[in-house]
Design a protein around this ligand. Sequence first.
Ligand SMILES: Cc1cc2nc3c(=O)[nH]c(=O)nc-3n(C[C@H](O)[C@H](O)[C@H](O)COP(=O)(O)OP(=O)(O)OC[C@H]3O[C@@H](n4cnc5c(N)ncnc54)[C@H](O)[C@@H]3O)c2cc1C
Length: 408
Amino acid sequence: MAEFTMELSDEQKEVRDWLHGFAADVIRPAAAEWDEREETPWPVIQEAAKVGIYSLDFYAQQYFDSTGLGIPMAMEELFWGDAGIALSIVGTGLAAVGVLANGTEEQIGTWIPQMYGDANDVKVAAFCSSEPDAGSDVASMRTRAVYDEAKDEWVLNGTKTWATNGGIANVHVVVAVVDPELGSKGHASFIVPPATPGLSQGQKFKKHGIRASHTAEVVLDNVRVPGSCLLGGKEKLDARLARAREKARKGGERVKNAAMATFEASRPAVGAMAVGTARAAYEVALEYAQTREQFGRPIIDNQGIAFQLADMRTSIDAARLLVWRASWMAINGKPFTAAEGSMSKLFASETAKKVTAQAVQILGGNGYTREYPVERMHRDSAIYTIFEGTSEIQRLVIARTLAGMPIR
Ligand SMILES: Cc1cc2nc3c(=O)[nH]c(=O)nc-3n(C[C@H](O)[C@H](O)[C@H](O)COP(=O)(O)OP(=O)(O)OC[C@H]3O[C@@H](n4cnc5c(N)ncnc54)[C@H](O)[C@@H]3O)c2cc1C
């Protein structure tokens, strides 16, 4: 039995400090510029690629940290630098995880390198699941994939929305319906290779925050991809569909939802991003409160300000502990009997929104301007309660898990 410790290993501290250095020296100084430009910060991604942060190897190393803390520590530090730029750096990971989770070894080896490119020619990838009428309600998805047996090709038609890196990606991973009778169990994921005819970018969204991260619609108009682009392969899909049909025929049987278990394991990473943004805003507010003087003394000497900072720090530390617990559970294969992954994302994202709003307040008029970063952090933080499942959906998942109810 391993001894309980809250102490990070020397190796973990070294990685954390290295990431913090990159966030402080490269990401943070570029944050305001790319927020204003509302464009993908290619030069910063390239810098990240040069030092090895933008690569599958780096994420794999962090992912396989046996304590589970590698990914949350990385996310916290990068998002401490800036949320929009950090999402541009880690966004490709969403698509890569889709391939790692469902793809064959050959698919992993073929497509993941093309998602990242290399330091001289960086590429990004997109994961396209959400649709205009299928956000929280993933089962309402309409994008259809039909198999053309004669040509051994899949034909994809539909419109995806909110895709991070959508349209600018070298490789798109697209979730589509292969059997409409089966709801979310009739979905499958496909690789759309670079320059495939029929895939185009629709509207690029002008956003409230994380404006350096590209978010757009992706239109699929008779997109033909080879049979080998079905993640996991046809045989595995047919077997999975047959099992789902059998269960549907028996009716009412409660089955463990594998997709939910995946979300429980991935949601703490989003919680860690929120912790990074919250910590960044808290640090700016603390320093400001110590140096800004009114009525002849630093404003932190007022309990009204000091208590806010005490609450901010307490919530951030509590959020981090929930994130670390869920990440530890995920790597150790512990069952999420109380939806602890969703809990961590819910609490951390709500904390980021609250803490960044308090930071704006503590900076007074300056907090409301783009001269100081808390205004941007406040705008950025609003995304955490929306993507990877809204706060309402997290509460729904936690409540249903506690009640022993099925989650679809
Ligand atoms: C910047 C950004 C980047 C994104 N990146 C990606 C990406 O890369 N790939 C991808 O596939 N998707 C992505 N998304 C989509 C994101 O996951 C969805 O926006 C999210 O799942 C919510 O869906 P929706 O926007 O359709 O909201 P809706 O589902 O329409 O929800 C609207 C409101 O209703 C509430 N609501 C819905 N159902 C219930 C219920 N049963 N009970 C209580 N309240 C409910 C919601 O909580 C929310 O408050 C991104 C979104 C944004 C904004």
